[in-house]
Design a binder for this molecule. Structure first.
Ligand code: SF4
Length: 131
């Protein structure tokens, strides 16, 4: 949800913003009580520092009751920055690249359906770490 960052982030072209942009799910996001700096990389962050921060953000998302709604929104909005629904920027880029723009999901729930494999896999590394 990242409401603390929204004003500073580049905005999507209006045509790409889903109609449910009121984000009624955001009120239940686990990140509301988390450190917001976990979810966006500082400039020039690379390598292990970036992986560690992404994993910490994913751990918050893994316990979030609205993870699927968040991931659905981020995919449909083609959010370029941050961790959303446990998906990193790179993981979402892979989703954006494999879905034909002509068939791109716009309605609520369609992003979660079309990106279900990636959304499921997004927090899988956490399970192997804790196993
Ligand atoms: S899935 Fe992650 S980014 Fe989305 S609302 Fe939940 S904690 Fe925040």
């Amino acid at each position: 949800m990242h409401r603390f960052y929204r004003g500073d982030m580049p905005q999507q072209p209006l045509a790409q913003v889903p109609v449910d942009a009121q984000w009624d799910w955001q009120e239940k996001g686990a990140c509301r009580s988390a450190d917001p700096t976990l979810f966006f990389h500082p400039q020039n962050e690379r390598g292990s520092a970036r992986r560690s921060r992404d994993l910490a953000a994913k751990a918050v998302c893994a316990s979030c009751p609205v993870r699927i709604e968040c991931a659905d929104y981020a995919v449909r909005a083609r959010e370029p920055y941050g961790v959303w629904g446990g998906l990193t920027e790179e993981e979402r880029e892979a989703i954006y690249a494999r879905i034909d723009l002509a068939e791109y999901p716009r309605r609520r729930g369609e992003g979660a359906r079309m990106a279900a494999p990636e959304i499921d896999a997004a927090i899988r590394p956490l399970a192997s770490v804790s196993a």
